[in-house]
Design a protein around this ligand. Structure first.
Ligand SMILES: [Zn+2]
Ligand SMILES: [Zn+2]
Length: 195
């Protein structure tokens, strides 16, 4: 299985090269090769559990077909660069956790915080983007074994209903599914109208 299958498409889809997208992309293809899965979409048979909600999930969505929308990508945010690819029927699969450092120092993270808070200067933004790409390219050169610790696992992920009947909100008239409706003084209100 090629390590760099669809790398260009992954970068295009995500929008930039960064440590997270490299980790997600490599984890996805490493997990595929360990489980010998070469069908283009794994969504009919497999699901992905991501232990973060960061850049890497874009790589998984594109390269496994398991997406948030089709409910085959489960975010169980533990603040870890860990991803599991599991067969739905048996719950068996592989969990990969990054053991190479995601960043080589905390400096880019300080810049990233300023960037997100809107307090970074143009120079700081450019420097963040440069460091982000640089670390991504460094990680891309590492072997699968240098990047990840591998565990063969069995996790049974209970299915969660996501669809409910909708009613029209008494105030704005928009359709809203019942779990998001609050009754107040005989009105049925959506969360925006409840304030
Ligand atoms: Zn990114
Ligand atoms: Zn409303």
């Amino acid at each position: 299985m090629p390590y760099f299958a669809d790398w260009e498409q992954t970068v295009q889809f995500h929008g930039h090269i960064c440590p997270g997208i490299v980790v997600g992309h490599r984890a996805c293809w490493y997990a595929r090769s360990l489980l010998k899965l070469d069908q283009p979409s794994l969504a009919p048979t497999h699901l992905v559990v991501a232990e973060n909600d960061l850049c890497g999930i874009d790589a998984f969505q594109l390269n496994t077909g398991c997406t948030l929308g089709n409910d085959n990508l489960i975010i169980n945010n533990q603040g870890k660069q860990a991803f599991s690819l599991l067969e739905k029927k048996s719950g068996k699969g592989v969990r990969l956790v990054l053991h190479a450092p995601l960043w080589s120092s905390n400096e880019p993270l300080k810049l990233h915080h300023k960037f997100k808070l809107g307090t970074a200067t143009q120079e700081e933004i450019q420097e963040f983007i440069r460091l982000r790409k640089l670390r991504g390219e460094e990680l891309l050169k590492l072997s699968d074994e240098e990047l990840f610790k591998v565990d063969f696992v069995q996790m049974n992920i209970p299915g969660k209903p996501r669809l409910y009947p909708a009613i029209n909100c008494s105030r704005c008239g928009e359709q809203v599914m019942e779990p998001w409706v609050t009754e107040r003084n005989s009105e049925k209100l959506c969360t925006s109208c409840i304030g």
